[in-house]
Design a protein around this ligand. Structure first.
Ligand SMILES: Nc1ncnc2c1ncn2[C@@H]1O[C@H](COP(=O)(O)OP(=O)(O)OP(=O)(O)O)[C@@H](O)[C@H]1O
Ligand SMILES: [Mg+2]
Length: 310
């Protein structure tokens, strides 16, 4: 069982517009509402790969109930902790004439100390049924920036590997607890190390340092260039074939989902890497976030390559 953590969930509203004209009244062509937040994207993709998922985090109010009703994957079991404030909405306005999108992210309501305590009790109760934990994204107001450290410590005590995909100070704090896996992108590894990288060699050096500092699987995602993996087996560059992406939002979450499924199935790490590369590229071909067409995934699984570079 994969346990995902989405502390800052949202109802994601995708507005498809024929063309966006500022300062006019515009009609939305299509609306797609989904259960959003990076951990929920991981949940959807992992479930679609055939792995059962327990989705945890905070939800609140009528929006929270609505969010749960939007989780349609039968393999995702929602196990959210309820809070008083309404779950936020995030709107992505997509201009079909040029493919550009503009996102409006609501700040969300703060949570209380008591909410955090109830979440931790719920989390502890799920751990005995869990093989791997994936923690993704940001936290709502009221949750300290080093909160993921507490979750990592509880997982370590229970002998459960943790995958962390977050940014900024949350990532800096989490890395100190040495989770099993991190997956920064290029911006995030700069924030994490406080360095600007001018060459691929420098970036690889930083990834290897993270691995040698105690992260068993350090992955750096490079968008259309694939990803680098530093682990005890070596340093590897995984590449997808050239594709024409439709929507790359959630590619990182899909990559985390691929690894989480590999960990849950105890696959060799390079098999997990290939699965993560194929499913994240397949996500880029879908207009929806945290979604893929199984036929694209099957084809891309044959087309990804992994090369040892060190
Ligand atoms: N254009 C693309 N073609 C093929 N694969 C892609 C493309 N964009 C992303 N991917 C795959 O998805 C992985 C993750 O993408 P990316 O580096 O953009 O993550 P990210 O910035 O964390 O994204 P997000 O946080 O929005 O989920 C890449 O390592 C790559 O394997
Ligand atoms: Mg990301």
């Amino acid at each position: 069982m994969i346990l995902t953590v989405t502390m800052n969930s949202s109802i994601d509203k995708l507005y498809l517009m024929e063309s966006i004209q500022p300062e006019t009244v515009m009609r939305v062509k299509e609306v797609h509402n989904t259960a959003g937040g990076k951990g929920l994207n991981v949940s959807k993709v992992a479930a679609k790969l055939g792995e059962p998922v327990t989705a945890m985090g905070f939800i609140g109010g009528f929006n929270g109930q609505y969010l749960v009703s939007l989780i349609s994957e039968p393999l995702v079991r929602p196990a959210f902790t309820h809070v008083a404030g309404e779950t936020r909405c995030c709107i992505n306005c997509w201009d079909l004439s040029n493919g550009r999108s503009t996102e409006y992210l609501e700040p969300g309501e703060p949570v209380t100390q008591e909410d955090i305590g109830r979440f931790l009790a719920d989390f502890d109760a799920e751990l005995p049924k869990t093989d791997v934990v994936a923690i993704s994204g940001s936290v709502p107001k009221g949750v300290p920036e080093d909160f993921y450290c507490e979750l990592i410590r509880r997982c370590r005590a229970a002998g459960i590997p943790v995958l962390v995909d977050t940014s900024g100070n949350r990532l800096i704090a989490a890395v100190k607890e040495k989770p099993a896996f991190i997956k920064p992108n290029e911006d995030e590894i700069s924030q994490l190390t406080g360095r600007h990288f001018s060459s691929r060699e420098d970036t690889i050096g930083a990834l290897v340092e993270l691995h040698e500092g105690g992260i068993p699987y350090a992955v750096l995602s490079l968008g259309g260039d694939g990803a680098l993996l530093a682990c005890d087996e070596g340093v590897f560059h995984g590449k997808p074939p050239k594709i024409t992406p439709r929507n790359t939002v959630g590619c990182g979450d899909s990559m985390v989902a691929g690894f989480a499924v590999g960990f849950a199935r105890h696959l060799p790490i390079l098999d997990s890497f290939r699965m993560a590369l194929a499913v994240s590229a397949a996500n880029a071909l879908s207009i929806f976030t945290g979604d893929f067409d199984p036929a694209d995934y099957a084809r891309l699984s044959r087309e990804v390559s992994v090369e040892r570079i060190a």
